[in-house]
Ligand binder design. Structure first.
Ligand SMILES: [Zn+2]
Length: 624
């Protein structure tokens, strides 16, 4: 820190840096696809980089999930040290699933006044990742770091410049809850995070409805805040009045950003921004409203370091998606958005990220500049059905959707080209991904298998259980699956109703490790699991006691069902995946390595995500 201060010039401006380490991440970029498209000439900039420096597969984390992998990258350690094991963790007390990346601690002290609860402290939001990320270590050595949208960076680290990524909630505190307004009833699903509102037009077609916002900040028991929305027919279009916006949309059109404010006391309000997408015009109106994003001009929680960087970006480049996972994968999966609308949204998000990244590069004020683009991952998840002839939805996938993954790889190539153009002779570049991709054709109901094995027991007379283990008999259950790859033992002294002793736990683990890889898909006869890993071996340390007892390494083509991730026990062992979420990587890590490209010959081998952190920490100052 002291050295950093000394480096400031007399006028307070940081000196120009011409020898930078630039790290450009493309989440989920797959070595096989990238090689195939380099070979056919689709990715000239990647090809150029591979010839100039090095290109090889990069070992991913176990399990190969983005929050785990990017935490390996940030800290140079593994899950046993940084404490992120899966997208989801469970509360051993309630056994309910929770988001594993961040948690908010509500204000502890309130003053009751006029029927309101006035918080005396502001509460706290905590990044659950443990350890020092390498960009902070570099600042401790006197360098300056710019870090844009790396997953698991919320709340932002106090460094030279950071914009938080995966982990930033929407305005109502979830990881993204959208709303569908419709004159007809809308089907939802058990695992959906959407809201649907039924519209009732009057004889002229006029509709008055509301957008429901965050909880009342001063009266937690009161109904959530809301703001009015008016819809009227306008020729072929729909006129929508929301917040201070008055917009007209035709079917198949996205709106620009709409500012909304939720008043709660006198002039005091909570501010957010949304985008609208008109699915259908009159007479059967159907309107999609995006998750309410925190307004970067007026953020209710810190989005950046320094805190005003988020609003400066909004002033210079316009409003942008602030939520940690802005790609509305779930609305596409539920059929609430079209392929085309989804791809338009990705285009918008990509350009927002590009503006900020190029601007950060042009500042020349940081020794390390890191930016992660996640669009490569989201599009591969949602459009793998277009390149996998064995996927149940392959036949019905149209041309635009078939081209989507190729398109986003060529966009990545374009971003790489822009980056290379902005680099000086002394800059070094690392391009990497956190994991690759595999098809997702069959969904495995792992809790069903545990039930069949007698390790999980339902309440008397029950044949299945909805999510959240609603009908599980914990007094007789010895193992349960939750999250994308995790299995836990119902341990005495750890789980609230735990029954398994330490000795028994070892036997149960061995039983699962030896029998699950032999389990065949009842439909195809193919093995569904390649390997089961022992959490105690994988994760020495386990400082926060969140580590799963077992990690399931599925075969390519298979993955945990959505019900499994949230603690559901359906009737069947495996089902066809008929959802658009058709590619995945939460399987055995050896089948889904990432990639690494360098513009130079590195002095230490870069074989894993951790190696990149060690390289950056050691060699940020000297080349190479
Ligand atoms: Zn992914």
């Amino acid at each position: 820190m002291l050295l950093g201060a000394l480096l400031l010039t007399a006028c307070g401006e940081p000196p120009r840096v011409d020898q930078r380490l630039i790290i450009l991440g493309f989440d989920g970029m797959d070595p096989v696809l990238v090689q195939q498209w380099m070979d056919d000439g689709s990715l000239p900039n990647f090809q150029k980089l591979a010839t100039r420096g090095e290109f090889q597969p990069l070992a991913t984390s176990n399990p190969p999930q983005s929050p785990v992998a990017w935490s390996n990258f940030a800290t140079g350690t593994g899950p046993g040290k940084h404490g992120i094991y899966d997208f989801l963790r469970r509360d051993p007390e309630t056994l309910l699933p929770a988001f594993s990346i961040s948690k908010s601690i509500p204000p502890q002290q309130f003053l009751s006044l006029f029927g309101m609860e006035l918080p005396l402290d502001s509460g706290e939001i905590i990044n659950r990742r443990i350890g020092t990320p390498f960009w902070s270590a570099i600042e401790e050595q006197g360098g300056r770091s710019t870090v844009l949208r790396v997953p698991v960076t919320f709340p932002p680290d106090p460094i030279h410049r950071m914009l938080a990524g995966m982990g930033v909630p929407d305005l109502i505190g979830t990881q993204g809850t959208y709303t569908i307004y419709s004159t007809r009833p809308i089907a939802g699903s058990e695992t959906s995070s959407s809201r649907s509102v039924r519209l009732r037009p009057n004889r002229e077609g006029h509709i008055k409805t509301f957008l429901v916002g965050p909880a009342h900040p001063l009266r937690p028991q009161a109904p959530a805040l809301n703001t009015e929305m008016l819809l009227d027919p306008q020729g072929e279009k729909v006129r929508i009045r929301l917040g201070d916006s008055d917009v007209q949309l035709a079917a198949g059109e996205w709106s620009d950003w709409v500012s909304v404010s939720f008043k709660y006391f006198g002039p005091a309000s909570v501010k957010g921004i949304v985008r609208l997408y008109l699915l259908q015009a009159y007479p059967q109106v159907q309107l999609y409203v995006s998750p309410i994003q925190i307004d970067p001009r007026n953020p209710v929680v810190p989005l950046s370091s320094p805190p005003d960087y988020a609003s400066e970006m909004a002033q210079r480049f316009g409003l942008y998606h602030t939520i940690g996972m802005p790609e509305e994968t779930w609305s596409l999966n539920e059929g609430h958005l079209t392929d085309h609308a989804f791809l338009e949204m990705e285009r918008t998000i990509l350009h927002e990220r590009e503006n900020m990244f190029y601007d950060a590069l042009d500042q020349h004020d940081s020794n390390v500049v890191i930016s992660i683009f996640v669009q490569t991952d989201r599009i591969a998840h949602m459009f793998y059905r277009g390149i996998d002839p064995q996927h149940p939805l392959y036949e019905e996938t149209d041309d635009e959707a078939r081209q989507a993954i190729h398109w986003i790889y060529t966009e990545a190539d374009r971003v790489l080209g822009e980056t290379l153009n902005r680099m000086g002779a002394d800059d070094r570049l690392i391009v990497l991904s956190d994991h690759g991709f595999a098809p997702f054709r069959r969904a495995v109901n792992l809790n069903r298998w545990l039930l069949d094995e007698g390790l999980l027991v339902l309440e008397k007379g029950q044949k299945e259980s909805p999510i959240g283990f609603a009908r599980v008999n914990w007094a007789q259950t010895r193992a349960y699956a939750l999250g994308l790859n995790s299995v836990f033992i119902n341990r005495r002294g750890r789980e609230a109703q735990g029954i398994v002793t330490e000795d028994e736990a070892g036997e149960i683990k061995q039983q699962i490790i030896s029998s699950l890889p032999g389990l065949l898909d009842p439909d195809s006869g193919l093995p569904m699991v390649r390997e089961v890993f022992d959490g105690a071996v994988l994760y020495p340390g386990n400082g926060n006691q969140d580590a799963p007892d077992l990690v399931i390494g599925y075969e390519p083509g298979f993955r945990a069902s959505w019900q499994t991730t949230l603690g559901g026990v359906p009737n069947s062992l495996a089902d066809d995946n008929k959802k658009k979420w058709s590619g995945d990587h939460c399987i055995t890590p050896e089948a889904v390595p990432g990639v690494v490209f360098t513009s130079f010959k590195p002095v230490i081998p870069l074989d894993s995500l951790q190696d990149v952190a060690h390289y950056a920490k050691q060699y940020w100052k000297v080349s190479p």
